[in-house]
Write a protein that binds this ligand. Structure first.
Ligand SMILES: [Zn+2]
Ligand SMILES: [Zn+2]
Length: 367
């Protein structure tokens, strides 16, 4: 199969286009024909920062495709199904999974092959790391059926793939983690691919005021298209003061989708009484934020919470978002900025780093 391979980690790391071998499905594994693979910022962070990711590896985790072949124990999907992968690794039988919190699974390595089994991906017989147990920057993927959701075949593949990460993470933070209620006020810090879906989630939840915060007016215009009722350019005005003004004292829920200390602090400081801040953006390892935890913090009942993958229950949430799209209730079209060929992956990531693009999606695997 054709894949983009990461062979080194560092600030200049790039992907190489190579030919790899992929194994046949065993047990609960499913072989996919990958039709669309989104360029999520996390993969770039992972190869450019010293976060401990091993190489050589196939990254990519935001994929949609068609089931080509299933292992003998597969029950959830069948050949020909259109599926979306979502990186919430879970076993389905531990106490957290059984309590409906698969995102907190105690045995997330369940979806990997066991020690002693042959690797899923190899190059000239040597093992290649399948990152996130997906390895999505390739025209084929071999994954455990637990992380696949079957969706309506009407949904185009590029729009479908972004549901697996950007949509699940952004909308899920609002719907699953914060349980935003009708009329609640919401502030969204960072209006990239994930933040825009935080706005979509707030619209679906019936939030009252939805305040988008960014430093780029063009991105704030896009945020309005996704349903933001108010926008704040934090390079031109004090975001905390503006949010306090707009909400009569502070917001009910704030979401930080960037991973920066300055915006994490603002997300905390803009809260009203009983408000909660949700930290979603990936910050550098060792990042800290100092918070005033004196009496006003407790008397106002404020909370700060980290959220991973939008607390997504993927077998329920992914088909639901796909249906919302077909019903015209969720904007996925504006998330897909461009479709590219596999060989254009490095250029497209450079574009993402420069800004002005939401998602590039690989749909052409021939070059
Ligand atoms: Zn992602
Ligand atoms: Zn589990």
């Amino acid at each position: 199969m054709k894949a983009a391979l990461a062979t080194e980690i560092g600030p200049e790391a790039r992907f190489d286009i190579v030919d790899l071998e992929i194994d046949a499905p065993k047990g609960r594994e499913v072989l996919l024909d990958v039709r669309a693979s989104g360029l999520c910022h996390s993969d770039l962070h992972a190869i450019r920062n010293d976060w401990g990711f091993p190489v050589p590896a196939v990254f990519g985790h935001e994929i949609a495709g068609v089931v080509l072949e299933v292992g003998p124990a597969v029950t959830d999907v069948k050949v020909g199904d259109h599926v979306v992968a979502c990186v919430v690794p879970y076993c389905g039988s531990c106490r957290n999974c059984l309590a409906g919190r698969s995102v907190d699974c105690l045995h997330p390595d369940y979806i990997d092959r066991r020690a002693g089994e042959p690797p899923r991906i190899t190059m000239n017989g040597e093992p290649i790391v399948q990152q996130f147990a997906v390895g999505g920057f390739a025209d084929k993927a071999l994954v455990n059926e637990n992380i696949l959701a079957v969706i309506d075949k009407e949904v185009p593949f590029p729009q479908a793939c972004v549901i697996g990460c950007a949509v699940a993470t952004g909308a899920g933070a609002v719907i699953n983690a914060a349980h935003v209620r009708v009329g609640d006020s919401v502030a969204v810090f960072g209006t990239g691919g994930v933040g825009l879906n935080g706005i979509s989630g707030a619209v679906l939840a019936g939030a009252g005021r939805i305040i988008a915060v960014d430093i780029d007016d063009a991105k704030l215009d896009v945020a309005r298209r996704f349903g933001a009722t108010h926008t704040v350019n934090s390079s031109q005005e004090d975001a905390v003061a503006a949010i306090r003004e707009l909400t009569g004292g502070g917001v009910d829920h704030s979401f930080e989708f960037i991973g920066l200390q300055v915006t994490q602090r603002q997300a905390y400081e803009c809260l009203g009484k009983g408000g909660s801040a949700y930290v979603v953006g990936m910050a550098k390892s060792g990042s800290t934020v100092v918070l005033d935890t004196s009496v006003p913090f407790l008397s106002a009942g404020k909370a700060v919470r980290g959220v991973s993958m939008g607390s997504t229950n993927l077998k329920r949430d992914i088909p639901m978002y796909a249906d919302f799209y077909l019903q015209g209730r969720m904007n996925l079209d504006d998330l897909v900025s461009q479709e590219i060929a596999l060989s254009e992956i490095n250029d497209a990531y450079d574009q993402l780093s420069r800004g002005g693009i939401i998602r590039s999606v690989i749909t052409d695997w021939t070059r």
